[in-house]
Design a protein around this ligand. Structure first.
Ligand code: SF4
Length: 109
């Protein structure tokens, strides 16, 4: 087993084979993280995050609590106001949609 396989199994769990390639995962995580940090780490109210997560849970790309399109852990990604579904099933939050909270600590995963 290669180090990459060990990493993927450790980070992604048993469904690692269905996730994007490792370089694509790193790119996706970095893009999400930088966008969120630049915006001041805005977190959505729990009820809005739950609505997003409900969409994910009924999606064909939801595998083991991750999205097989982006590889993200959806319990975390759905709480980030700056995140969006990679295929447009839900979008970035706007001030019109919800009161966006900015906090100094990231959400617990
Ligand atoms: S982020 Fe989009 S593609 Fe991924 S599981 Fe959720 S709804 Fe499906």
């Amino acid at each position: 087993m290669t180090m990459e396989e060990v990493f993927r199994r450790f980070v992604l769990g048993e469904n690692h084979a269905q996730m994007p390639s490792s370089p694509q995962l790193v790119q996706n995580f970095a893009k999400e993280g930088v966008r969120w940090l630049k915006a001041g780490m805005p977190i959505l109210p729990q009820e809005v995050a739950q609505e997003r997560l409900a969409i994910c849970k009924s999606c064909e790309f939801y595998v083991g609590e991750r999205c097989s399109k982006c590889g993200c852990q959806m319990r975390v990604k759905t709480t980030l106001a700056t995140s969006a579904c990679p295929i447009g099933k839900w979008g970035q939050a706007t001030e019109k949609m919800v009161p966006i909270e900015t906090q100094t600590n990231p959400p617990a995963s």
